[in-house]
Design a protein around this ligand. Sequence first.
Ligand code: CA2
Length: 142
Amino acid sequence: MTKPIYIINGPNLNLLGTREPEIYGHETLADIEAMCRDAAGERGIVFSQHNSEGAIIDQLHKACGYGSAVLINPAAYTHTSIALHDAVKAIGIPVIEIHLSQPAAREDFRAHSYVAMGAHGTVSGFGAQSYLLGLQAALNLV
Ligand code: CA2
């Protein structure tokens, strides 16, 4: 049985397309989901968004049993969460970190990622295209 790719989105990403389009683009999260669903084809995706850290970790644990790889945009938890770092390292399937913007080119507090240390790779700075590039990488890995 082919397992789907889990695409996990962190806090505030439900607001995409409504504010700060100059940073995050005009696409809504629903637009991004539709683009990814299309691109994943028969492999399929499980797409979710969570505003709390624990809910993201629960979803990573589910991906461990039911998914073949994970794309994760951890949003602000990227820069703060050792718990996410531990979960990403623990699950034993490839994890690709995604960002719409290029955090390294923004405020200093965005320069460090706790998630990158456990991830297979990172795609950032390409807006909604970051998800498609990351998905292509994940499909090539699995
Ligand atoms: O560039 C990214 O994808 C980020 O993960 C987005 C996070 C930010 O904390 C990271 O440093 C980089 C912020 C997500 C907040 O999303 C919003 C969307 C619309 C309006 C306001 C916030």
